[in-house]
Design a protein around this ligand. Structure first.
Ligand SMILES: [Fe+2]
Length: 221
């Protein structure tokens, strides 16, 4: 991943702030990226500014290893490191609305596990609507299977060793300007701007890592 070590910077989005119109509005994207993500980046940098050994770790390693740290470092690293990781993942998984029918290995797997894409999106929305307060819904790869999980605040699936495929930010700042309190309508709109090519690439990476683990396990026994 680009810029995966200290000092973290706010990388430009791979599209314009207006690219997701009319489903996600320009102002929301601008504030979300330019203010919210920047806030997490600044806080993460200042949290580890005096810890050269932590500055050597990648963002994922920082989040994973935070469990070994005392609260004074663990909590800000999980909150702000998660805030950087989760937002980057969410933003990278979006694209301009496209009429193209998504396809690929991920879609095959979704169809095998959930019947069809429409049904998967219904199940995903149902889970995302259950999040109390702020958090994310994730599609993750978990030992050979797809799983939908939700995590509160900026907790990251990296902490639980899941391999993430799709992220949906359901903090109110992600939709309040356009959808006000209607998380439901925001999720319906988000369905139109999911970047299935990126999701498929994430899935292929999870598969590759999984088969490596499989090989190591086979060799060990
Ligand atoms: Fe957010």
């Amino acid at each position: 991943m680009e810029n995966d070590k200290y000092p973290f910077v706010n990388l430009p989005l791979p599209y314009e702030y207006s690219a997701l119109e009319p489903f996600i509005d320009t102002k929301t994207m601008e504030i979300h990226h330019n203010n919210y993500l920047q806030y997490y980046i600044d806080n993460l940098n200042s949290t580890i500014a005096d810890y050269p050994e932590l500055q050597q770790l990648t963002l994922e390693e920082l989040i994973r290893n935070s469990v070994y740290l005392l609260d004074g470092l663990r909590i800000p690293i999980q909150n702000n490191g998660g805030g950087v990781y989760n937002h980057r993942f969410y933003f990278n998984g979006l694209q301009s609305p496209s009429a193209e029918k998504p396809e690929g290995r991920l879609i095959d797997m979704i169809e095998a596990q959930y019947g069809n894409l429409e049904n998967f999106l219904v199940v995903f929305k149902t889970e995302a609507l259950k999040i109390f307060g702020s958090g994310y819904a994730w599609l993750v790869f978990d030992y050979g299977k797809l799983r939908i999980i939700t995590m509160p605040n900026q907790n990251s699936p990296v902490l639980l060793d899941y391999c993430p495929i799709i992220a949906l930010d359901v903090w109110e700042h992600a939709y309040f300007l356009k959808h006000t309190y209607m998380r439901n309508a925001y999720i319906d709109d988000w369905n139109h701007v999911i970047n299935w090519e990126v999701a498929n690439a994430n899935y292929m990476e999870c598969l590759a890592n999984f088969s490596q683990i499989d090989q190591v396990t086979d060799e060990a026994f």
